[in-house]
Design a protein around this ligand. Structure first.
Ligand SMILES: [Zn+2]
Length: 348
């Protein structure tokens, strides 16, 4: 496997002391990757700032101009949680641009799959405003780019961040060409993502939400991917899979109450890789969303990169599994299969 990686240290300049979404997330992760030696086995790709036309394919021109102006004035807030500093505009362009560079590599056949190690994250950013630590919808921008520039018809977005990817969902709500699959703690920030949010108009059925109770761990998440994501993906037949990789569903994350381990995350990535191999020539492009435990996040990213590149070193999980029993979600999965017309059988 050739795995391509985008990382630009300029992304460290978007930071705010004391905020959970700070530059330490990337700095610590990068240090871990350097210490491991995996970087020598990955192909690197240069991040270029995303073109404005790529961004305005999913965001309003008014919002994009307002964000640029806020950064030029030295910063501010687009919502109470979401800071902008002077470097934010350029960092946001490079975050989206890093993901675009990875997807170009994969779709041009220069790599099998890839990872964009970028921030600020993107999946809460809405068409007309940033939200929830997110400024530009990196994954949404990239899905549209894959369609407009590479001529793809169907793109699948998988989002396993612990928060609902409301921004990504909103951008493709009535669009049957981009299927958005979300697992997230519920009810929880940002409040959306219930089972009956399934899209509208021609996009009806192309939004799939699995609102999880707190306490779901490796077994429940994998069952969700095998029993709901896999049949939905096979029915949709994507030409590319984009993975919004938030690592805040780890059991040690300070912001949420799910119970995935690093090993459990690796199993999810493997499941998505298997679907990519089966359905779209292995074309899987992953990007960082959340993940706020600064000890855990570097191991999650390292393990994802090892999984994508089939590195024999395997999982790096010094934290082990969550203690205690995980929540049973078999009823929820059965309900999701009914809502999405996947039949009652729990067999794959
Ligand atoms: Zn999150």
């Amino acid at each position: 496997m050739t795995t391509v990686l985008a990382y630009d240290p300029f992304n460290l300049q978007h930071t705010y002391y004391g905020h959970p979404e700070n530059s330490g997330r990337l700095a610590g992760t990068w240090a871990r990757l350097q210490a491991d030696g995996i970087l020598a086995r990955l192909r690197r790709v240069e991040s270029q700032p995303a073109a404005i036309e790529a961004i305005t394919a999913v965001h309003s021109a008014e919002y994009v101009a307002a964000l640029e102006q806020m950064a030029a004035r030295g910063g501010g807030r687009v919502d109470p949680d979401t800071y902008v500093v002077g470097a934010t505009w350029q960092a946001s362009l490079l975050a989206a641009g890093g993901l675009l560079a990875v997807v170009d590599s994969v779709l041009n056949g220069k790599a099998d799959n890839g990872f964009a190690l970028v921030r600020p994250p993107g999946h809460h950013a809405r068409p007309h405003t940033g939200m929830g630590f997110c400024l530009l919808g990196n994954v949404a921008i990239t899905a549209r780019h894959a369609q407009k520039t590479h001529g793809l018809e169907r793109v699948l977005i998988v989002d396993f961040d612990v928060h609902h990817g409301n921004g990504t969902q909103e951008m493709f709500w009535d669009d049957p060409s981009v299927l958005v699959f979300n697992t997230h703690q519920f009810p929880y920030y940002p409040g959306s993502g219930s089972l009956d949010e399934t899209g509208a108009g021609p996009g009806q059925g192309y939004t799939v939400n699995l609102p999880l109770p707190p306490g779901v761990g490796d077994e429940g998440y994998l069952a969700a991917f095998q029993q709901v994501l896999a049949p939905v993906a096979r029915r949709f037949q994507p030409e590319l899979i984009l993975l919004s990789a938030g690592y805040d569903a780890h059991w040690m994350d300070p912001l949420a109450q799910e119970r995935l381990s690093v090993t459990g995350y690796a199993a999810l990535v493997e499941e998505v890789m298997g679907l990519a191999e089966e359905l779209c020539g292995g074309r899987l492009v992953t990007t960082l969303e959340g993940g706020y435990n600064l000890d855990v996040l570097p191991h999650c990213v390292l393990t994802t990169l090892r999984t994508l590149s089939e590195d024999p070193a395997g999982v790096s999980d010094p934290f082990g599994p969550a203690p205690g029993q995980e929540a049973d979600i078999s009823e929820l999965l059965a309900a999701a299969r009914r809502v999405h017309g996947l039949g009652d059988s729990r067999n794959r």
